[in-house]
Design a protein around this ligand. Structure first.
Ligand code: G6P
Ligand code: ZN
Length: 543
């Protein structure tokens, strides 16, 4: 089984984005596309000879085939060992945990997260470093540099290996350890949360619905919620991972998780509702008749995390991405802990977590997590919510009312304009950037601009500088609008407009968010000329 060296040439467009390389599946299936990128990862991290890696993905179309290719290439490149989930399945947080627990030299995760899957949809591949987190820009830059000069890759000429049952296999000189994808992760959750309290909650008749959206968290949620914690059978719906996620978008937001929203807003709603995305790192939280925004969820978790055994000592600090609302900042201030504002992308939390500066992190894009792994973690957020509800005995809506009464409410919404022609989106952005210095002092309806800048971040741990991370405009009174172009789309440009206003009047805590934000929405359009530039009357997605 001697390694073959196959000649190849650089392929354009292999620059990793916010979260690894994402492309249409067909593009990944083009000759040498996957192979070039995998070899570039290996070379970009200094080779894999003698190293060990974790490998797994969210089960989407091409997951199994790509995994076999990666295993052959890892063996041909001299890797000592690859730990892979059965059938090459691993949720992103479970992969992060395995990398850390086994002390491997990182891992490869196959997923396009919440994007749809299938031959005509999306696929993705990312490298996570030995701390379990997505590779920072310094590493992805090296990988990208190799993609531009690559001349050959190494592989073996072997049949597929059988990944259907746990056990140890050999591929050339490399060991493959096939592991159950759920068990190590479930054990970690048991260490962090009060399983007895949550079991007692379910035993007392508490009902929930977890929508796995035909994606990877199905087996995890079934084993933990129904198996270990005693949630009623059937609490997990859409729990069998499918290659195309049942033809849907595995994105846990009110648009794509419509049936869960319908259930939770209906007459026979259970006490608690939740959903997770394709690869299991995002979450959506609902109560009976109420949707909790990701920014509010982060704030509630920060305020009550100490009720779970894993966080009983309190939080070292919290962190949120810049477009995420300031709700968690209010909690941090009240608790006297540090609060960090980072650019969008989970990788920016890694240094803060590694340095022990932050314990909890979150993003408006439905990501919440902690220092237990180095990825956001959907099921973890669900379990922390359950732990908090079990200990406090409150309903979700009571929890939110009490939270807003204590800390004030940051009304929040994100408006997305998807698949805008790139030059139109860039024109809007460039025009707005030029305008920023002139905005402070100007009024738009009842609002006066107080600040306007382009966000840049200096990492407090390693001093690295990240420029051009979104345009933000602050209004007197705490309102804010942020403009960003998505870094995860695969076609055209997606303009994201993040809207926020702060309410401290206790009598005005239960308004409709779009209504509470109406002035900010109007100002955003007037300032940036969204309609004029995009030709769109309204956003495609409102979260
Ligand atoms: C991925 C990352 C998140 C990030 C999101 C932003 O999901 O894992 O950390 O918040 O991308 O996506 P966007 O499309 O707004 O760039
Ligand atoms: Zn995801």
């Amino acid at each position: 089984m001697t390694p073959h060296t196959i000649q190849t040439q650089p392929i354009d467009g292999q620059k990793p984005g916010t979260s690894g390389l994402r492309k249409k599946t067909r593009v990944f299936m083009e000759p040498n596309f996957l192979e070039n990128y995998v070899q570039s990862i290996f070379d970009g991290i200094g080779g894999v000879a003698g190293k060990s890696l974790v490998l797994g993905g969210d089960g989407r179309f091409f997951n199994q085939t790509a995994s076999q290719t990666i295993l052959r290439m890892a063996a041909a490149n001299g890797a000592a060992k690859v730990i892979v989930g059965t059938n090459a399945l691993l949720s992103t947080p479970a992969a992060s945990h395995l990398i850390r627990k086994r002390g491997t030299d990182g891992g490869l995760i196959l997923s396009a997260s919440h994007n749809p899957g299938g031959p005509e949809e999306d696929f993705g591949l990312k490298y996570n470093t030995p701390n379990g987190g997505p590779a920072p820009e310094g590493v992805t830059d090296k990988i990208f540099a190799v993609t531009k000069t690559i001349g050959s890759y190494k592989t073996l000429d072997t049949a597929d290996v059988d990944l259907s049952t746990p056990g140890s296999l050999a591929l050339g000189d490399m060991e493959i350890e096939v592991v159950d994808p759920v068990s190590d992760y479930a054990a970690l959750m048991r260490e962090l949360f009060d399983f007895e309290a949550i079991s007692a909650l379910f035993a007392g008749g508490f009902r929930m619905q977890f929508d796995a959206m035909h994606a990877v968290t199905g087996p995890y949620a079934t084993a933990i919620l129904e198996g270990a914690l005693g949630a009623a059978p059937g609490s997990v719906v859409n729990g069998i991972p499918s290659k195309d996620f049942g033809g849907g978008h595995p994105d846990p937001n009110p648009i794509w998780a419509k049936s869960l929203v319908k259930t939770m807003m209906g007459p026979d709603a259970p006490d608690f509702g939740a959903a997770s995305d394709g690869d299991g790192d995002r979450n959506m939280i609902m109560g009976r008749g109420i949707y909790v925004t990701p920014s509010d969820s982060l704030a509630v978790l920060a305020a009550h995390a100490h009720l779970a055994p894993g966080y009983a000592g309190g939080l070292k600090g919290v962190a949120r991405s810049m477009p995420t609302s300031g709700a968690v900042d209010r909690v941090a201030e009240a608790r006297g802990i540090e609060c960090f504002e980072t650019p969008t992308g989970w990788k920016f939390f890694g240094n803060l977590l590694d340095a022990g500066r932050a314990t909890l992190c979150g993003e408006e894009s439905a990501g919440t997590g902690s220092d237990h792994v180095r990825e956001k973690d959907g099921l973890w957020a669900v379990l922390l919510w359950l732990n908090i509800l079990a200990v406090t005995g409150k309903s979700v809506s009571q929890m939110m009312s009490d939270h807003w009464a204590e800390f004030g409410r940051n009304y929040y919404s994100r408006h997305d304009y998807e698949d805008v022609e790139s030059d139109k989106a860039n024109a809007l952005f460039d025009g707005l950037r030029d305008k920023l210095p002139s905005l402070p002092g100007q009024t738009f309806g009842p609002l006066t601009v107080e600040s306007a800048d382009e966000f840049a971040y200096d990492d407090p741990v390693d001093g690295s500088h990240s420029a051009a991370q979104g345009l933000r405009i602050g209004f007197a009174g705490g309102g804010r609008v942020v403009f960003r172009l998505s870094g995860t789309g695969t076609v055209g440009a997606t303009l994201r407009v993040y809207l926020e206003t702060v309410e401290t009047d206790k009598a005005r805590m239960h308004r409709d968010a779009q209504e509470a934000l109406a002035d900010i929405i109007a100002a955003a359009d007037e300032i940036a000329g969204i309609k004029a530039h995009t030709g769109r009357d309204a956003p495609n997605v409102i979260t």
